[in-house]
Write a protein that binds this ligand. Structure first.
Ligand SMILES: Cc1cc2nc3c(=O)[nH]c(=O)nc-3n(C[C@H](O)[C@H](O)[C@H](O)COP(=O)(O)OP(=O)(O)OC[C@H]3O[C@@H](n4cnc5c(N)ncnc54)[C@H](O)[C@@H]3O)c2cc1C
Length: 293
């Protein structure tokens, strides 16, 4: 990969959302917003995108911080992957998301890269996507026309493509409170132990009936197995109302592998990906079950 110097651009640092939206409108079609820059600046060096204006979001206080509110957790779009990694509350309450940031990039990239940027880049392998999908998270999007909320599950449209339209900014992510007797896990397969995108990324979330010990709720989301992260809806059905054990987990894995549409790339062949979906789905389901207290 040959990286050139950054092309010339004008740099703006608004300190409020209205100011950022004004700048976006003013430089319509010629501007990009910048969060951590770990994706965008690389794309600019590769000359894949050539914005004339970069609008940094880093000065906007309301897009920062993790807040534990009555209706759930609010995570500002500018919260870095490193902040999530060091958040006790996310580790304890939303372990599936915490798992994901443990296996993302490097210390340096995690200290700059943001959760909002990870979603907005819309890579099929974005590691925070499957966990946020199984947690039923939604994103808040703002533009000069107002605000809208979109489920993370409905956010992705294709590789590098999301529901965001020009002039919109993703401001925060909301994750509802987890129900009692629930647990989740994220497993990622990489070619090497660190600093690599997922060959396959699987998030599982389960809740159980505390008396019967049967599965009351199940969500499985798959990353890097198609043009967008997806839910494995049929595999989830396999788990519902069953006692969770290795046999049921294995069956869910088989079905999940059939639901995915992986392609071959330099990272893995589609056949290998499919096999790994089967194996890792079963493992993620069993790990999620083990974590239910
Ligand atoms: C060495 C390396 C390793 C990596 N490893 C991983 C990995 O393991 N897993 C993984 O998933 N990713 C990985 N990445 C990709 C990247 O680091 C992450 O996707 C990161 O979270 C991107 O966030 P950012 O804040 O840097 O985004 P930026 O680069 O600032 O922005 C990315 C895109 O999103 C847009 N954008 C950013 N924020 C917003 C917003 N709030 N509203 C609207 N649009 C917005 C930007 O305009 C741009 O188009 C890696 C990158 C590198 C360089």
């Amino acid at each position: 990969m040959f990286l050139k110097r950054l092309p010339k651009f004008e740099y703006h640092v608004p300190t409020s959302l209205p100011e950022a939206l004004d700048l976006l409108a003013q430089h319509d079609g010629k501007a990009r917003v910048l969060a951590g820059g770990t994706d965008l600046l690389v794309s600019m060096k590769k000359r894949e995108v050539l914005p004339e204006h970069l609008i940094s979001l880093k000065g906007i206080a309301e897009m920062k911080g993790i807040q534990d509110e009555k209706e759930g957790m609010k995570i500002g779009a500018l919260v870095t992957l490193g902040e999530i990694e060091h958040s006790k509350i996310i580790q304890e309450r939303y372990r599936v998301l915490w798992d994901a940031v443990q296996v993302m990039a490097s210390l340096q990239v995690r200290s700059l890269g943001t959760i909002g940027g990870n979603l907005c880049s819309a890579a099929p392998s974005a590691d925070t996507a499957p966990p946020l999908i199984v947690l039923d998270a939604s994103v808040e999007i703002i533009s000069s026309n107002g605000k809208r909320k979109v489920l993370v599950e409905k956010f992705f449209k294709g590789p590098g493509e999301s529901v965001l339209i020009p002039g919109e900014i993703l401001t925060q992510i909301t994750i509802p409170n987890p129900v009692k007797k629930s647990g989740g896990a994220y497993l990622k397969l990489m070619r090497r132990a660190a600093m690599d995108l997922a060959q396959v990324g699987i998030a599982a979330w389960l809740s159980i009936d505390s008396e019967k010990r049967t599965c009351r709720g199940a969500k499985i989301a798959l990353g890097a197995v198609g043009s967008t992260p997806i839910r494995a809806l049929k595999a989830e059905q396999v788990l519902l109302n069953k006692e969770l054990n290795e046999t049921v987990g294995r069956e869910a894995g088989k079905i999940a592998a059939q639901e995915a549409n992986p392609r071959s790339s330099m990272r893995a062949s589609k056949e290998y990906r499919r096999e790994m979906i089967e194996v890792l789905t079963k493992r993620a389901v069993m790990e999620a079950y083990k974590r239910i207290d």
